[in-house]
Design a binder for this molecule. Structure first.
Ligand code: FES
Length: 624
């Protein structure tokens, strides 16, 4: 039987399996579309244009009349019925494997010193000078090593099959003068020539959206190189729930695991080569990620994370080997995983608290990691309470008509003239805008509100004297940028999404504070973490009611604390112990079953809040 053909303009031809959607065929053939909802027909991002042939498309209400007239379809809800020719527009493509700019934090070694953590990676080394075997001295290689170790007072080292299989060659190539590398719980890792004194390690942050790796010299603590890429699990959907569904109901757990492991390998191989470091020389690694990312990285079934009572397979991870993880470094290298607290508060937040040092001070601090999930921790050196709220991926560019990540071409700041209603845009890379990122949306909504273009509920006022507001099929929208091919707009539905996200975060903070019987004015410091935090305008985030109205000097940006915590744990036993204590000490509150959360959330669904008294500086500003 002849199989159907899907031809893609300027690209290859692929063949669908019977009954499968266009999205699935393209994905299985390595052609990735932005599929924020994971192929459910909800996000409207997987648009392609059918140029020739017959298809059957299920209605989703996500396409405009104009799209339908131009034969634009949603790939996830479209099924070829004959050979077809399609065009994939630039804005629908998910570029996997693109490197993202990651800067080295210069403060990490200083931080390590300031907390007096000392250098104590998971691995140790001891020099052995062995006498080469002879006919008379004919004990085995392993006995020879054990005897030399005993002479230095070291016993009980375990030798795995993996270690033993490389031992004979390593001993002879090194002329019997070797360093034995072993873990702090006495398992042999490798034999290195005595001349190779430097030991290297990886600190890895697996985010839902991005993966970042630091290559570290574990002998001195310097970060040698860094690399980052988008988490290619995004081709299965933007948020953790969609990925859990793919891993479980879709039977694609190993595809999800392979996706992130390949991302890590794709980052490390070129940076190891560039720095002339062999895979064998990288002898330990630390992984930091949210609970779902950590389970998927180790190939553990994440099903129970999304089912009541929301229990992950593991919170505290055994130290497994790089070979088991399939990371392309020394296969015997120990891989330490930051412990998780609960289903939706993972090792990345433990790493964040560790890096912020809030658990060592008496002042009460509020820590917020803002991404697809808003993760919140409140406490001090005596107590810690934590929760996570789903904000949706709008601040990472999904679920918003022209949303995009904070990369070149993204509108990141917006100013609106309150008399003419004309916008002035700041664009990353000073180029033509392609879309709007999270910080741009906060700016835009704050400006729209204070110039009177939207009301407290985020509704656009259609009676204003401006052609920037128009009503299309999907409802009213504000034109941020007039383009030759397409305009960039913020729709009322987009504004609603952002208001829902900011309401969830604010409600999460309010509920946690109520849980411990405290009010906001008791908070001495607010730490904001996450890639998003780098661009956030605190004043405007307060204006829309996303952050609490506290004095600006209480806020500190602390960047990507997940990777900072992974770095600290890579180098210090004290830090690993502290991370475990933080995870044990944190009280996890499941907001989805909290009765107060819904009430707080409903009250926060206004700009800035139904109770303006909670936002005194905004009230003052509004009066002027
Ligand atoms: S609408 Fe197709 S992936 Fe979301």
């Amino acid at each position: 039987m002849l199989t159907m053909e899907i031809r893609i303009t300027d690209e290859k031809t692929v063949h669908p399996q019977a009954g499968e959607s266009l999205y699935k065929t393209l994905k299985d053939n390595g052609i990735y579309l932005i599929a924020s909802c994971g192929g459910k027909g909800v996000c409207g991002k997987c648009r392609v244009k059918v140029l020739e042939g017959q298809v059957r498309s299920e209605a989703t209400g996500k396409l405009l009349k104009k799209d339908i007239e131009e034969d634009v379809v949603l790939a996830c809800k479209t099924f070829p019925e004959s050979d077809i020719l399609i065009e994939i527009p630039e804005e629908s493509r998910l570029v996997i494997g693109d490197k993202i700019a990651v800067s080295k934090s210069r403060h990490l070694t200083d931080m390590l010193r300031s907390v007096e953590a000392g250098f104590s990676p998971k691995i140790r080394r001891i020099s052995l000078e062995l006498t080469p075997p002879t006919i008379e001295d004919n004990i085995s290689d392993l006995e020879r090593i054990k005897t030399a170790l005993q002479q230095q007072g070291i016993e009980h080292i375990r030798f795995s099959h993996g270690f033993a299989s490389s031992m004979a060659k390593a001993l002879r190539e090194a002329g019997w003068r070797v360093d034995l590398v072993y873990t702090d719980d006495f398992e042999a890792v490798s034999l290195r020539p005595s001349s190779h004194k430097d030991s290297f390690g990886l600190a890895v942050d697996i985010g839902t959206t991005t993966v970042v790796v630091y290559l570290v010299n574990c002998s001195v603590g310097t970060v040698i190189d860094v690399g980052g890429t988008y988490n290619s699990q995004m081709r299965f959907g933007d948020d953790v729930i969609t990925r859990i569904v793919h891993a479980t109901e879709g039977g694609e757990l190993f595809e999800l695991r392979n996706a992130v492991v390949s991302d890590i390998n794709d980052i490390i191989l070129p940076i190891m080569e560039k720095n002339n470091i062999s895979a064998e020389d990288v002898e330990s690694a630390v992984i930091s990620g949210n609970t779902t990312m950590s389970q998927l990285f180790w190939g553990l079934d994440p099903l129970s994370i999304r089912e009541e009572p929301y229990i992950p397979t593991l919170n505290a991870f055994p130290v497994w080997k790089a070979g088991t993880a399939r990371i392309k470094i020394n296969s015997q290298a120990p891989v330490y995983t930051l412990p998780c607290v609960g289903s939706y508060v993972g090792g990345d937040i433990v790493a964040g608290v560790l890096a912020s040092r809030m658990h060592t001070k008496s002042e009460i601090a509020l820590f917020m990691d803002i991404g697809t999930n808003g993760e919140i921790a409140i406490g001090n050196d005596e107590w810690l309470i934590t929760a996570a709220c789903s904000m949706g991926p709008c601040f990472e560019g999904s679920g918003i008509r022209h949303g995009m990540r904070a990369t070149e071409g993204a509108i990141e700041s917006v100013k609106i003239d309150p008399t003419t209603y004309e916008p002035f845009l700041g664009i990353i890379g000073n180029t033509t805008p392609h879309g709007i990122c999270g910080s741009g949306m906060i700016d835009a909504i704050s400006e729209l509100f204070f110039s009177g273009i939207i009301d407290q509920r985020g509704k656009l006022r259609k009676d204003l004297e401006t052609d920037r507001i128009r009503v299309e099929d999907e409802g009213p929208e504000y034109i941020l940028y007039r383009g030759e091919r397409r305009d960039i707009v913020l729709t009322e539905a987009d504004i609603e999404n952002v208001i829902r996200a900011k309401a969830a975060l604010y409600a999460g903070v309010s509920v946690l504070l109520k849980e411990v019987g405290l009010s906001l004015d008791i908070v001495d410091r607010v730490y904001i973490a996450g890639g998003f935090g780098n661009y956030l305008d605190i004043g405007k985030a307060i204006m829309i009611g996303m952050l609490p109205d506290l004095p600006r000097e209480k806020f500190s940006f602390i960047g990507n604390t997940s990777i900072a915590g992974a770095y600290l744990c890579l180098l210090s036993e004290k830090m690993r112990t502290e991370a475990e204590e933080i995870a044990r000490k944190m009280t996890y509150m499941e907001l989805s079953v909290s009765r107060g959360f819904m009430d707080e959330y409903m009250s926060a669904l206004f700009l800035p809040h139904t109770d303006i008294g909670l936002f005194p500086t905004v009230k003052e500003f509004y009066k002027k």
